[in-house]
Design a protein around this ligand. Sequence first.
Ligand SMILES: [Zn+2]
Length: 297
Amino acid sequence: MKTLKETLVSLKEHQAILHYNIATYEQYKAAVVAVSETGLPMLIGVSEGERGYVGMTMAGQWVQEAQKKNLPIFINADHCKSDTTAMEAVDALYDEVLMDGTEFTEDENILRTKKVIEYRNHIQQKIGREILIEGEIGYLAGSSDLGGSIEIKAEYLTTPEQAIRFVQETGVDLLAISVGNVHGVPQTILQGGNALKSPQIDFDRIKTIHSSLRQNNFNTWLVLHGGSGLTDDDFVHAIKCGIQIIHLNTEFRNIWKNSLKKNLEKDTVNPYKILNGVVEDLKNRIIHYQQLFYTLQ
Ligand SMILES: [Zn+2]
């Protein structure tokens, strides 16, 4: 089976991978069933909160179990807010770790991300297993939930110069950028003096960041977080501008909750008969995005 790095290297132009977060077994199972049906690769993310609930080791073992069956499912320690939690995920041998230092100053973010990269290099050399590190530059507002109001300030958006400096100084494999995307699905987004109903992605910014990195000989993969609330056309456009991993969490959390409510109405107390309905609903949406992102070209 290909590693995550080999999978990303073999992506054709205008192909991207779905990144989907989990906190429960049926969310994990939905990914397994989807990938068994499509054969297309995908990433499972567990944030600090999600892995606090599932358990870092347990989530890792679930994914390793799928990999043993040759299913191209990979695990990412999503949004590690400190170099300490990021290094714990490296120790847990996750396929990918996102060091999110965006709550620190830019220099501090670079410093902490670099520390994680150095630690990864050390562990990788010792055990001979590839672990990719994602960094984040620019600021992503919001949290993965519904409602509320979010403001995107102009200084939150990633500039090409910032992206180049960050990649040059840290050596990250993947880069999450802020281009008008937000976490969650807020009711209103305040941006540039306007109240928006849905995020307005700055596609030219993605394109410029992508081409600037390539001109400087960096093959960094670009990651778009906060996919919930965007349209299929937005995704297609973002992928054509250079995005190769797309994160969707809130939309799937919403499907999980609504499907669970619906399936709890069944006239049974049998957990797997109830939860199989949830797996089915999640799986169908995963397949929709897998096919949309991967088979574009
Ligand atoms: Zn995110």
